[in-house]
Design a protein around this ligand. Structure first.
Ligand code: ATP
Length: 238
């Protein structure tokens, strides 16, 4: 499989607080990869480090053969990395459609943005119904859909998803995960998924990494990780 993302020796710190201690991680073209770990392990920080947001980093981050570490966050977005941050990053005072349009600023080229918006509405019909509604009036699930839709408007090759299930009812989560699977399969967008719900994450991803206190302690095919005793006890509640 062709490598899309290659991360080597990634360190990240908030000022003097060192969080990541040398992470190696790969995402192949078209692959879904899950990053699992307990609260505070460094999952969110890994995604922030990949888009050079809020943290200082060391190590190399290569996207489709080009080094992107050290570039500005918006350049990384233009290079093809879409980030759906924790807390979703939606502009609550703007409408659904205005939020989607803002996502288009991350594109390398504006061509095709309108057609992409229609395709995104195809994945998320509820967003289309609520296109003129202020984002602040949307339900939590709809806001999560909007955050994913907005990142897709940037035409990413790689989508970084931070806890898409957070605070949502199980049925909505199921819905969002099945749409993410379609987006991966139909659009060929690769996904790096941070998720507390390890069962869901392992069902979607083909490869998983386990992070503990800023270090990768286990990685492999999802089926292997799922049958690991320590993972079953600590993350799958078995
Ligand atoms: P969670 O699921 O709780 O978000 P996580 O694995 O995503 O966990 P991170 O949010 O990456 O963990 O946090 C890793 C460590 O970095 C924690 O010890 C946290 O307190 C610290 N940290 C996170 N954000 C900041 C910040 N802005 N400034 C200083 N320290 C931070």
């Amino acid at each position: 499989m062709t490598k899309l993302l290659e991360v080597r020796g990634l360190h990240a710190a908030y000022g003097p607080t060192r969080v990541l201690q040398g992470i190696d991680l790969d995402v192949a073209q078209g692959e879904v990869v899950a990053l699992l770990g307990a609260n505070g392990a460094g999952k969110t920080t890994t995604l922030r480090a990949l888009c050079q947001m809020m943290v200082s980093t060391q190590g190399s981050i290569t996207l489709a053969g080009q080094r992107i570490d050290g570039r500005a966050t918006e350049q990384i977005a233009k290079a093809g990395v879409g980030h759906v941050p924790d807390g979703r990053g939606t502009f609550l005072g703007l409408t659904t459609e205005e939020n989607l349009r803002l996502g288009a600023y991350a594109r390398a080229s504006r061509t095709g943005a309108e057609a992409d918006m229609e395709r995104i509405y195809g994945y998320f019909p509820r967003l289309k119904e609520r296109r003129a509604q202020q984002a602040g009036t949307l339900s939590g699930g709809e806001q999560q859909m909007l955050a994913i839709g907005r990142a897709l408007m940037g035409k990413p090759r790689l989508l970084l998803l931070d806890e898409p299930s957070f605070g949502l009812a199980p049925l909505i989560v199921k819905d969002i995960f099945s749409i993410m699977r379609r987006i991966n399969q139909e659009e060929g967008v690769s996904i790096l998924l941070v998720e507390q719900n390890a069962k869901l994450a392992l069902a979607l991803a083909s490869t998983a990494y386990l992070i503990e206190t800023g270090r990768i302690v286990l990685s492999g095919p999802s089926a292997e990780i799922r049958s690991n005793d320590a993972v079953r006890r600590a993350y799958l509640g078995e």
